[in-house]
Each structure stands twice: as structure tokens, then as C-alpha cells.
Design a protein around this ligand. Structure first.
Ligand SMILES: *Cc1c(COP(=O)(O)O)cnc(C)c1O
Length: 361
């Protein structure tokens, strides 16, 4: 058996320990003689899985009882309309920072439910930096401010809530960075993340919502109403049970790595190795022009030559470095170095970059 160094943007690499644990328990979960995939979502065995996943997430992120944690379907993209449907209640207006493709898609969905104001955008610059946001951009009353924490495709990342009025409800898409660095949950009204990058296999969306934001809009379809999902402990219908189980194993694994603080140290080191390589070479160019906006999860770069970029990806694949091609709208290369991507994998990529540069410059 051969495992490659996998830099996939999502569905992404999972830790070997987690896959092996799932394999070990696959035929007989917890002595019940069935797989976790084969038992009722209302069975006591599964209820303890759900409870474990939730309590581990609460512990790892420091989520207080003021928040509900929901496990929903539809991935991150379902949250684009769902956040707007549930939160545009009073002013029917929201601010959307246009920092990338996913932010833009979210704004477009929100327009179905109310007025969208874009206070800042870096689209005209190809999203090579984060849009500059200042507090005076928020003069109109609004229900919330929405921003994408890590811009997966372009490789820029916020490391805190952008400057905004104190009483602003803040909503953030953390799909590609949740659990990768410490964040202060209490600054947010709602955080969501699709599962396939740092949480579990694809198929799940985790939503962390402040309880006072539940049930503000009446008459929503039950499946799209956070308050219904919260009231039913994410069991209004059959949830993606295997995914929730896998998420629990991922949380256990993360805890064994020193939790979010521990993995953050490692993530910074992984990113540093790649950015140092890019910065010390004339051959590679980082896609992000503002160094302070660089992501520690999504490292985007190119050789500046499309043919060489193509060659880079195909040669890398031959050496067991997989899924390094950039997103089609950004071009070049992208190393997605989510939590499960090891330091060893990053070092292997860096050494490949050295060799490729020597041969092709
Ligand atoms: C991957 C990604 C999405 C899309 O996720 P889906 O689960 O495929 O809908 C949305 N936002 C961000 C920031 C992402 O990285």
C-alpha cells in the first residue's frame, strides 16, 4: 500500500490514525455487532457519538453554552442562503466583504432575501490581498456583517474579525480554517464550516450560532430553520451519521496533537517553510501581494509560466505529491495544508520545489 502526500483543497487529506481507527471499528462499532453506518440515528450508541463530537468541538474551540452547535447537510454552500434567510430579520440588510469567490457567491445568495452592501472588495485586483475594511464603512444599520475567514482559492486569510461597530452581529465562513488557529468564538454571532477540509469527509456543515439569533425569522422551511434544527439537537431528520462519527474521531486526533493551540504552532511552521521557500527564490512567485494577508492553510504560488506550472504539477504527482494544482480561476499552484497535512509532507513539497527549480530555471 502506498499513501501519497495529499495537498487536496477538499475533500482533503485525513490523518492516517483517524482512517485506521475507523477501519478498526468499521464492522463492529463499540461491541454492538454493526457498523456505525448501520445503526439508528436515535439509538443510544449514536446519541453518544453525536454528544461526543459536539462536546469535543465545544472543548477544542472554547464554545460557551450561549451557543448552539448544529450538524447540518448541504455543505458550506447551503449556508450561503441559510445564514441570510435566518438572520435578515429586522433591517433586511447585511454587509458582505468581497474577499474571494466564496464570499461573492454568499453575497449573491443573500440578495435573494434582502439588501446586500459590499463595503470593501479586492475583486478588481484578482483577490491578491484582503480588502481594507474600516469601521466608518458601516454607517447604515444592518442585521449582520459577513466575511470569509480563509479565502481558500486565493490564499488570503483574516486572523480576526475585521474592524466594525461593536454591536455588529458577525457571521463567518470558516470552512477552510476552522480548528486551525485559536479564535474567540464570543466575537461571532454565527460561524459555519463545510466538513471536508478540517473536520471530516464531505457531507456535513457545522454551524455554531449564538442562541439569541435563533428563531428571528418565522415561516421558514423546517430543514432551513436553525431554530428547528437546534430544538431537535440536529436530529430533525436523519443526519449524516458516519460523518458525525468521523468528525468525532478527528476531534480526538486534534486533542492528541495539543488541541487548537498545538496544531496552530505546527500550521504556522508548515506555512513558514513554504513561504520562506517562495520568498527566497526568484523562480517562484507568491500569488498574494500583501504578505500580512497570507493564509496559513492555503499557500498559492506559481512559476509565472503556465507551461512550467503544468509541468510542476505533473512532475510532483510522479513523486507522490498529489493535488497541488491551483483552482482554475486562480491558476498556478496551491498547497492546501490543512490540519491533517503533516510537517513531513510539507518538507517533501519544499524539497521537490528545490529540485524543480534547479532543473527548470
Ligand atoms: C470549500 C469552501 C466552500 C464550499 O464548500 P461546499 O461544502 O462544497 O459547499 C465554501 N466556503 C469556503 C471558504 C470554502 O473553502
Amino acid at each position: 500500500m502506498k499513501r501519497v502526500y495529499n495537498f487536496a483543497p477538499g475533500p482533503a487529506a485525513l490523518p492516517e490514525e483517524v482512517l485506521l481507527k475507523a477501519q478498526e471499528e468499521l464492522l463492529d462499532f463499540n461491541g454492538c455487532g454493526m457498523s456505525v453506518m448501520e445503526i439508528s440515528h436515535r439509538s443510544s450508541e449514536f446519541l453518544s457519538v453525536l454528544d461526543h463530537t459536539e462536546s469535543m468541538l465545544r472543548e477544542l474551540m472554547g464554545i460557551s453554552d450561549d451557543y448552539s452547535v448544529l450538524f447540518l447537510q448541504g455543505g458550506a454552500s447551503m449556508q450561503f442562503p441559510m445564514t441570510a434567510m435566518n438572520l435578515m430579520h429586522d433591517k433586511k440588510t447585511a454587509y458582505y466583504i468581497n474577499s474571494g469567490n466564496f464570499a461573492k457567491k454568499a453575497a449573491k445568495e443573500a440578495e435573494l432575501f434582502g439588501k446586500v452592501i459590499v463595503p470593501a472588495s479586492s475583486e478588481a485586483d484578482g483577490y491578491t490581498h484582503l480588502p481594507k475594511v474600516t469601521e466608518d464603512m458601516f454607517s447604515e444599520p444592518a442585521d449582520y456583517l459577513y466575511f470569509t475567514y480563509n479565502n481558500t482559492i486565493f490564499g488570503t486569510e483574516y486572523h480576526d474579525v475585521p474592524p466594525c461597530p461593536k454591536d455588529m452581529v458577525v457571521v463567518s465562513d470558516m470552512t477552510s480554517c476552522i480548528l486551525s488557529e485559536p479564535i474567540d468564538v464570543s466575537k461571532y454571532g454565527l460561524i459555519f464550516a463545510g466538513s471536508q477540509k478540517n473536520i471530516a469527509p464531505s457531507g456535513l456543515a457545522v454551524v455554531i450560532i449564538r442562541k439569541d439569533l435563533l428563531g428571528l425569522v418565522k415561516g421558514l422551511p423546517s430543514m432551513l430553520d436553525y431554530s428547528v434544527m437546534a430544538k431537535n439537537n440536529s436530529l430533525y431528520n436523519t443526519p449524516p451519521t458516519f460523518d458525525i462519527y468521523m468528525a468525532g474521531l478527528m476531534m480526538d486526533w486534534l486533542k492528541s496533537k495539543g488541541g487548537v493551540e498545538g496544531i496552530y504552532k505546527l500550521n504556522k511552521e508548515k506555512a513558514r517553510i513554504l513561504y520562506d521557500k517562495i520568498d527566497s527564490s526568484d523562480f517562484y512567485k507568491g500569488r498574494v501581494t500583501a504578505k500580512e494577508d497570507r493564509s496559513i492553510m492555503s499557500v498559492t504560488f506559481s512559476t509565472g509560466d503556465e507551461e512550467k506550472d503544468k509541468l510542476f504539477c505533473s512532475e510532483a504527482a510522479k513523486e507522490g505529491i498529489a493535488n497541488i494544482k491551483g483552482h482554475r480561476i486562480a491558476g498556478g499552484m496551491r498547497a492546501s495544508i490543512y490540519n491533517p497535512v503533516s510537517l513531513e509532507a510539507v518538507k517533501a513539497l519544499k524539497e521537490f520545489m528545490d529540485r524543480f527549480e534547479e532543473k527548470n530555471s
